[in-house]
Structures are given as C-alpha cells and as structure tokens.
Design a protein around this ligand. Sequence first.
Ligand code: G3H
Ligand code: PYR
Length: 215
Amino acid sequence: MNWSLQPSAVFAASPVVPVMVIKHLKDALPMAQALSAGGIKVFEITLRSAVALEAIKIISEAMPEALVGAGTVISPQQYDAALAAGAKFIISPGATLSLLKHAAQGEVPLMPGTSTPSEMMTALELGYDHLKFFPAEANGGAPALKAISAPLPQLKFCPTGGISPKNVANYMALDCVATVGGSWMIPNEAIAAGNWDEVTRLTQEAVQFVGGLRK
Ligand SMILES: O=C[C@H](O)COP(=O)(O)O
Ligand SMILES: CC(=O)C(=O)O
C-alpha cells in the first residue's frame, strides 16, 4: 500500500468515529462543528444520501485540520468519487475483492467491514490489518469479536453498529479495539431540531467516557 495516511492514524485520532448521515447540505458544517466542539477529530460521512459527496467537500474545505472520510463506500467507483471530493480515508460495510484490490492501489486507506474469520483472512491476505467489525452488536457483540480475533491477533478493529454507552466498555476492553464507530451522539431528533448544542454535549460525554476506556 502506498497510502497518504495510515489506517492506524485514523483509529488513533478519536476514541469514537461518528457515523454521519447528512440528509440536508445545510446540516453538514453545523454537524461537523458540533462534533468537533465535543472533541472529535475524525468524521465518517456515509454515502447514504444524495448530498454526501458535496458534504465531504464542504467540511474538508472548511475544516482542513479534520480527518474527513467517507463511509458506506461499496464500489471502486464510489472510492474514486469520495477521494475526488476530498475524503482522507474510506470505510465500507463490506470487503469485496474488487474494492480491496482497487483501494490497495489507491491514495487513501480503506478500512473494510468484516464479520467472519474468512472475510478477515481475505482482507489480511491483501494487506489490510485495520478493519471494521460490522454490524457489531447484531453479530454477537464484544464476546463474538473476542472469540473471532483470538486466532487473528494481527488485526485491529473499529466495531460499529449498535454501539452505545451501555455496551461500549465491553468492546474497549478487547486488545484488538482502540476506537468504535457509532451514531449515538448524533440523534435524528437533534439533527431535525438543529439542536447542535445537544450533539456537542453527547459528543463530549462520549469522547470522555470512551477515551477513558482506552488502554
Ligand atoms: O449502519 C449503521 C452505522 O454503522 C452506525 O451504526 P449505529 O447507528 O448503530 O451506531
Ligand atoms: C456501516 C458502515 O460500515 C458503513 O456504512 O460504511
């Protein structure tokens, strides 16, 4: 890999990676600023909305110090589009061979989503050792990740999907976990109401709590 940034730097940047769904472009900057005010330095903007690429561009330009990446990238074409929009890293819910091979030749790191030993071994064979464990809770949560990762100690994970203050400590207790992804600090009601102070408050709480659980 000849990436401009190491995935380990993305995992190290914040104890929590906010999984952002931006439906309206007007929310892009206020959401990123509210998260930043709460202590977040890394942003995963999911390509789940029509304005996502534009949101990546706006936030990257306005906050050059921020590590702005794209999530829900499921094809080589989307990898290229996110890169062109300014994404510094790419996250996927899955690990197709076409995406793994494409990103291995690309400029920015891909953190593919995996949930089985075979997917993890395929990713490792192609040079990927920083992976997402997705969807974490639905796949058995921290006990499952502990068991799956035991024979694969080379791998580091960012578990995502169903993580909340109630279960996050179970993940952070694992040697293979230094950061988790989630959307609990960006509730839909707060976004709809433009209640960015609430997003900052929840983010501060999350960063302090999860940061305190780092080893
Ligand atoms: O698909 C869901 C995202 O990965 C975030 O998951 P979450 O909303 O359960 O935190
Ligand atoms: C959920 C996830 O991993 C993604 O949307 O990229």
